[in-house]
Structures are given as structure tokens and as C-alpha cells.
Design a protein around this ligand. Structure first.
Ligand SMILES: Cc1cc2nc3c(=O)[nH]c(=O)nc-3n(C[C@H](O)[C@H](O)[C@H](O)COP(=O)(O)O)c2cc1C
Length: 188
């Protein structure tokens, strides 16, 4: 797969098969995350790779976070999509592992810190796509940060994202890209 195929082929996957992801594959994905740029090279990301009972507890958090998303989802989408998303949050699509991205606060402040960790998240997503894995960047569980902190034994960090990861059980649809998002300045 060439680089641009990876970029275009990465999709948010919400149905996984139960096959575990070999540890060395997860290690390549995580190492790719850590090669992201970061404000003043602070590398403020802290990444948890979670499976087993703790992963099940994180699935519980995602499930409990769904009602916080439901009203806005209902405004934007039809009942079929709302009900599919409810099912996804209930099980995280059966993903065998979840990556949890935190930011250790630095003197750069939350604006820079969050962007640095987001760059690491995207690197992980692209590396996972290259490895044939599915992922879904999720921020909704951040609403229940205290529960996630308790499960992972975290103190003093900002929760940035959940990323369920595993081999896709179903090919995700490709949402079309919207027009009019780019302005070229100074070109003929
Ligand atoms: C910052 C951010 C937060 C997101 N949060 C969620 C989420 O909580 N739940 C979810 O199902 N998808 C979430 N997504 C995935 C988007 O819905 C998805 O990227 C978008 O629909 C485009 O689809 P694609 O990723 O397949 O291109 C999030 C994506 C981003 C970048």
C-alpha cells in the first residue's frame, strides 16, 4: 500500500472481529504514535494499551457515555445510524484492545498539549491502517474521565481519546469529503 492509499483507506471502524492483535503489531502502531511532532518536542502523550478485564471496564465507560451523545446524534442522523452507534458504544464493536491517549500537562498549555497528542493519535490511526487494522478515534468517553482515570490508575493528566483497535469485522462506509474546505492563496 502506498502512502496515499493508507491516508485515503483509513476509515473509522465500528465492527471488529475477535482476533487478538499480535503484540509486535501493536508495538509498531504505538511506536509510530510516538514519532509524531509535539510542541517544543515535549512528547507529552501518555498512551495506555489495554486488553482483558480493564478493556471490558473501558467498554462500560463508553456505553455509559452514549446518552451524552445521543441528543446531538438524533439531530444530525436518522434512527438507523443512531441505533448502530448505540450498539457500537455498547461493545466498542467487539474490539480486542483499546488505546487510551492522555496528555501530561506542560507549560505549553492545553491548546498545544492537545494538538501534540492529537498528532500522535493520527499517527497511530495511519500505522494501524497500514497494518490492516481498524480503529475509531473517540472523544465521547472523555465526558466520563474520572471513571477512566480510576480504571487505569491515572492522576493529574488530561484524557484525550479512546481508540478501539482490531481487525475489521466489516468494511466501514466511506463518508464523502465535503467541498469548499480549502482556500488556495497566491496561486494562479
Ligand atoms: C476528534 C474526533 C472525535 C471523534 N469522536 C468520535 C466518537 O466519540 N465516536 C465515534 O463513533 N466516532 C468518533 N469520531 C470519528 C468520526 O465520526 C469519523 O472520523 C468521521 O465520521 C469521518 O469518518 P472516517 O474517519 O471514516 O473518515 C471522532 C473523530 C475525531 C477526529
Amino acid at each position: 500500500m502506498d502512502f496515499y492509499e493508507v491516508i485515503r483507506g483509513r476509515r473509522s471502524c465500528r465492527v471488529f472481529n475477535a482476533d487478538p492483535v499480535p503484540r509486535e503489531v501493536l508495538e509498531r502502531v504505538i511506536e509510530s504514535a510516538t514519532w509524531a511532532p509535539s510542541g517544543k518536542n515535549r512528547q507529552n502523550w501518555r498512551i495506555f494499551v489495554v486488553t482483558g478485564e480493564k478493556k471490558d471496564a473501558l467498554v462500560g465507560v463508553a456505553d455509559r457515555s452514549f446518552p451524552l451523545l445521543e441528543p446531538s446524534l438524533k439531530e444530525m442522523y436518522d434512527e438507523k445510524i443512531v441505533s448502530f452507534t448505540r450498539g457500537f458504544f455498547r461493545t466498542l464493536g467487539g474490539a480486542p484492545a483499546v488505546l487510551v491517549f492522555y496528555s501530561l500537562p506542560t507549560e505549553e498549555g492545553p491548546f498545544v498539549d492537545t494538538q501534540s497528542v492529537s498528532a500522535a493519535v493520527e499517527n497511530a490511526l495511519l500505522a494501524a491502517a497500514y497494518e490492516g487494522l481498524g480503529t475509531c478515534w473517540m472523544t465521547n468517553p472523555v465526558h466520563l474521565k474520572e471513571d477512566v482515570d480510576r480504571i487505569l490508575g491515572v492522576e493529574g493528566m488530561e484524557l484525550i481519546a479512546f481508540v478501539p483497535i482490531g481487525y475489521p469485522g466489516k468494511e466501514p462506509p466511506t463518508p464523502p469529503r465535503k467541498e469548499g474546505r480549502v482556500t488556495w492563496v497566491g496561486f494562479d
